[in-house]
Design a protein around this ligand. Structure first.
Ligand code: C2E
Ligand code: CA
Ligand code: CA
Length: 286
């Protein structure tokens, strides 16, 4: 069923023996995922976003990791789809939101400058009835300024039910949080909705930054995507910046922020605090 679902709607797939192993792996992970929250097995890593004009840290993204008791650290691409399919992403997402705000508060309490912290929000979480109240609760209980919290939503999340997404986004804007479209360019955004959504930032998907040097078409698309963001008056963030060449291209095109291994990999909270303390410059973050 999952194989067929992956290929879109109205699809059928015949069962193949090798699927059995994947089904078992999935079930085993789903089973242990059910207890992971209460066992305190999740942690967040933090990856800075860099202002491309100044080289300063302009924000940070919280990225979820699972410290599995037997398998070690598991990356989100391995377990977030399972959490989404089983509905567990709703309580897990609530934990991420609160933990990210709690960490942002801890950095402020340690005397570090307030930082805009971004959290990834999945479709189910965004559609959940208590989503707005969980955002409010996280902000109130930690005393984080709403404008220092950014929610990253993929195009798919927003376009699934665009009309009700507009309502939810407006309510979030009333709270005062920042809103960003994640993986911009790979989904199927309707431009009329992009205009209607009260967004603050577009994060151009990594795939467009990847091979700009060898693929002229991609360089052209990247430049077009940056210009869409600029004309909508949004901040434009390029994700997956890995080389100096990519950085220069982005600077030339007037992209405001970048994120990627060239600047810094996702790091634990203590390490990120060190970067903040040093007032990181581009070279210091490597
Ligand atoms: P994303 O939101 O697009 O996050 C960016 C991913 O790209 C991260 O992978 C990050 O480590 C990786 N990355 C950053 N810079 C580079 C680079 O220069 N090169 C390459 N090749 N990769 C780079 P990660 O942490 O494994 O997360 C993968 C995805 O899992 C995220 O993609 C996001 O969709 C999802 N995810 C992570 N944390 C959460 C969460 O708390 N909640 C939800 N719902 N999803 C999450
Ligand atoms: Ca993201
Ligand atoms: Ca992304």
């Amino acid at each position: 069923m999952y194989e067929a679902k992956k290929l879109g709607r109205n699809n059928c797939q015949f069962f193949r023996p090798e699927m059995q192993a994947r089904v078992l792996e999935w079930q085993s992970l789903e089973g242990s995922l059910r207890c992971a929250l209460e066992r305190n097995e999740f942690m967040l890593m933090y990856q800075p976003k860099i202002a491309l004009e100044t080289g300063e840290i302009s924000g940070v993204e919280a990225l979820l990791r699972w410290k599995h008791p037997e398998r070690g650290l598991i990356q989100p691409l391995k377990f977030v789809p399972i959490a989404e399919e089983s509905g567990l992403i709703v309580p897990i997402g609530r934990w991420v939101l609160l933990e990210a705000c709690r960490q942002a508060r801890a950095w402020i309490d340690a005397g570090l400058p307030p930082m805009r912290i971004a959290v990834n929000v999945s479709a189910l979480q965004f559609a959940a009835k208590d989503f707005l109240s969980s955002v409010r609760a996280a902000l109130i209980s930690t005393g984080i300024d709403p404008s220092n919290l950014e929610l990253e939503l993929t195009e798919t999340v927003l376009m699934q039910d665009a009309e009700s997404a507009v309502q939810t986004l407006r309510a979030l804007k009333d709270i005062g949080v920042q809103l960003a479209v994640d993986d911009f360019g790979v989904g199927y955004s309707s431009f009329s909705y992009l205009r209607k959504f009260p967004l603050d930032a577009l994060k151009v998907d990594r795939s467009f930054i990847n091979d700009i040097s060898s693929n002229a078409d991609n360089a052209m698309i990247l430049s077009a995507l940056i210009n869409i963001g600029k004309s909508l008056k949004h901040r434009v963030v390029a994700e997956g910046v890995e080389t100096e060449e990519q950085l220069h291209f982005l600077q030339q095109e007037g992209c405001s922020e970048g994120q990627g291994y060239f600047f810094c990999r996702p790091v634990i909270a203590e390490k990120f605090a060190e970067f903040l303390e040093r007032g990181v410059t581009e070279s210091a973050v490597h």
